[in-house]
Ligand binder design. Structure first.
Ligand SMILES: [Zn+2]
Length: 266
């Protein structure tokens, strides 16, 4: 199937990045409110993807050529609330990638090993977000290698599936990280670079972060790959990056919280 599609004819893929997906009255102390969506929002997004003619799918299936096209649904941090989202994707005939931190699996607010096994059995792709959720651009090269290897081997031992994707915490990586990840056995890196995935066999997969404030109109524009909307997202991301360089990771966290309040204006 993969070889029947010429790269020049492949359609670009919108890959969404979620965090917690909260039900009414859910209080998840581990979830960042700006990055959390409600179950109602999430259901509407799945419906919108299906209506656009693209099934919700995992980056893994697209990379393997097991699906020719789709909307990528990815989830970072392994929140317990992702189990509900996985079932929602199953009900829609789709699947997603769940990037988990192996140090938090089974702790309060996060998915357990048994939930992850059930999700993998239902077709979900369970992948690595690192062991400790440390920003890799703050670590020594040996510590980066340790984080990549440890999380991968723990997931593979416990779940029995090959772990092929890595999503860096905070999207923050040292120079040359794609090659480092490939050496550690990962086929691709799902980044936080703001764009659509223009060459759906490329090994660096940009993603669009879905926030609490992301409107249905805006999400529809992402699914339509509206050039003006993507430009606006990239400009905003560029401003946040500049802030990070000026302030460092810690100062940036404070600024980010303020800027997120102004985010997602359609
Ligand atoms: Zn994260």
């Amino acid at each position: 199937m993969r070889n029947s599609i010429s790269p020049s004819k492949e359609r670009a893929v919108t890959v969404l990045m979620y965090h917690a997906v909260l039900g009414a009255g859910d209080a998840d102390a581990q979830a960042d409110e700006h990055y959390s969506v409600t179950r109602e929002q999430f259901s509407r997004h799945v419906d919108a993807a299906c209506r656009s003619g693209s099934a919700p799918t995992s980056v893994l299936k697209l990379l393997r050529g097991e699906r020719a096209h789709g909307v990528g649904f990815t989830f970072d941090d392994g929140h317990a609330s992702n189990e509900w989202a996985a079932q929602c994707l199953v009900d829609a005939g789709g699947e997603g990638d769940f990037f988990v931190n192996t140090s938090t699996i089974g702790t309060s607010g996060f998915l357990s090993w048994s939930a992850l096994r059930d999700m993998a059995a239902s077709g979900m792709s369970v992948q690595s977000h690192g062991h400790l959720h440390r920003y890799l651009d703050e670590l020594a090269p040996a510590e980066v290698d340790e984080d990549l290897h440890r999380s991968k081997s723990m997931l593979e031992e416990q779940l029995g599936n090959a772990v092929e994707l890595f999503a860096p915490p905070g999207g923050r990586v040292p120079a040359g990280f794609l090659a480092t990840a490939r050496r550690a056995g990962y086929a691709a890196v799902c980044s936080s670079r703001v764009d659509i995935w223009r060459a759906p066999r490329a090994r660096e997969v940009p993603r669009l972060a879905v926030l609490a404030q992301t409107s249905d109109i805006q999400l529809t524009r992402w699914l339509q790959q509206d050039p003006r909307e993507l430009m606006a997202r990239r400009l905003r991301a560029g401003l946040l990056d500049a802030g990070k360089k000026l302030l460092g990771n810690r100062g940036y966290e404070k600024l980010r919280a303020r800027l997120l309040k102004q985010a997602a204006q359609p």
